[in-house]
Write a protein that binds this ligand. Structure first.
Ligand SMILES: NC(=O)c1ccc[n+]([C@@H]2O[C@H](COP(=O)([O-])OP(=O)(O)OC[C@H]3O[C@@H](n4cnc5c(N)ncnc54)[C@H](OP(=O)(O)O)[C@@H]3O)[C@@H](O)[C@H]2O)c1
Length: 344
């Protein structure tokens, strides 16, 4: 049982539309002791994703993070001490824990804690081979149901989910157009991820560029942001076109919520389909996706792009990057390496 302090980030105030460092408070507490049914874990990496804004914006009565409570999220951790059946000291796990050095976890959460193999780096297990990559994999393959030669358009294409989904669509033989904010992201998508075309939504008119790049229309639109980009894509769907609803970052934390898509009736005329995707629903199939994606990474077909901020103290600033668009690839915070004595 380690002794010392546990550095923690608490939720200080709800964001009210905009998130920055003033929403969080830094405290130092004793390291917790695991109760029966809990494991003490040393946290190694935090996944910072836009969805967390929903949890900290919602009132506690609606399931939101309590004010003054430790910030919760997806983390990669190592078990130090266990009173939780199925978890042993030294095990590497991804799952629900706190923005803190040490957490006492019960293995529950939105998605239950999963052990991962020591030959997978924790950052990869949390990001491209974690929930982020699972959303991309099952979103493209199960919800999008791609056929080689089709035209695939994706928003937030250089983000965590987007960068993986875009490359999986390429691997399936689709023509892939990515929408992203800024030249650096667009350059990465063209040069590194091998996309067929890009639209920089900060400097170009999205609708006009979609007309130029997709003259026959769009077969699959993979949406991470919602808002006006979704409307532009809806009117350009081809016969039997599909919209994969993965996320709606442009809407998160907005009160009141902006109106929904204006152009959804375009689906009627083309026998289109707009379908939500929840990575969690595919939990029993995560191992299948991890195996396929590891093979693509090994063969060089899939590049795992990560945006790494070092230091627990920088977690709030890293979280805000999701909403300024600063992140290229999966936004992660590195807290620590596994303790030497427990390294796999
Ligand atoms: N359904 C599921 O199971 C599941 C699982 C994981 C994640 N998600 C969702 O997938 C989406 C992507 O998640 P991620 O972790 O990979 O995040 P991400 O795409 O890496 O980061 C967010 C990106 O969204 C764009 N953005 C931010 N604010 C925006 C705004 N107001 N309007 C338009 N674009 C904005 C920015 O990219 P640009 O600079 O390129 O615009 C930013 O970099 C999120 O909506 C998340 O909630 C869903």
């Amino acid at each position: 049982m380690p002794t010392g302090i546990n550095r923690q980030w608490l939720l200080a105030k709800r964001p009210g539309g905009k998130v920055d460092e003033t929403n969080f408070r830094w405290v130092e507490s004793p390291i917790p002791s695991p109760a029966n049914g809990q494991a003490l874990v040393r946290n190694l990496w935090i996944s910072l994703h836009p969805t967390a804004l929903l949890a900290i914006s919602a009132d506690e009565s609606q399931g939101g993070t309590p004010l003054g409570g430790v910030m919760q999220g997806d983390l990669a951790s190592q078990v130090i001490e266990s009173r939780l059946p199925g978890f042993e000291p030294g095990d590497l796990v991804v799952g629900f824990a706190g923005w803190e050095d040490y957490s006492a976890i019960d293995g529950q959460g939105f998605i239950p804690a999963r052990k991962f193999s020591p030959d997978i780096p924790p950052n990869l297990a949390l990001g491209t081979l974690g929930v982020t990559g699972m959303a991309a994999y099952f979103g493209v393959l199960e919800v999008g149901r791609p056929r080689a030669g089709e035209t695939f358009v994706i928003s937030a294409a250089a983000g965590g989910v987007g960068s993986v989904a875009a490359q999986i669509a390429k691997i399936q033989g689709l023509r892939v157009i990515g929408i992203a904010g800024g030249k650096e992201k667009c350059d990465w998508l063209l040069r590194e991820a091998g996309l067929d075309g890009v639209i920089d939504h900060r400097s170009e008119e999205v609708g006009k560029r979609l007309d130029e790049l997709c003259p026959q229309g769009i077969d699959i639109f993979f949406d991470n942001v919602g808002g006006s980009v979704l409307d532009e894509a809806l009117t350009r769907l081809r016969q039997n076109g599909r919209v994969v609803l993965c996320g709606g970052t442009s809407r998160y934390g907005k009160d009141p919520q902006p109106p929904g898509p204006k152009n959804y009736l375009a689906l009627v005329m083309i026998n289109g389909r707009m379908e939500g995707l929840l990575a969690k629903d595919y939990l029993p199939r995560f191992p299948e996706a991890v195996a396929a994606m590891r093979a693509w990474i090994r063969s060089g077909q899939l590049k795992s792009k990560e945006d790494i901020v070092v230091g627990l103290e920088n977690a709030p600033a890293a979280f805000a990057r999701n909403f300024t668009g600063a992140n290229i690839g999966k936004q992660l915070v590195k807290i620590a390496d596994p303790p030497l004595s427990l390294r796999p």
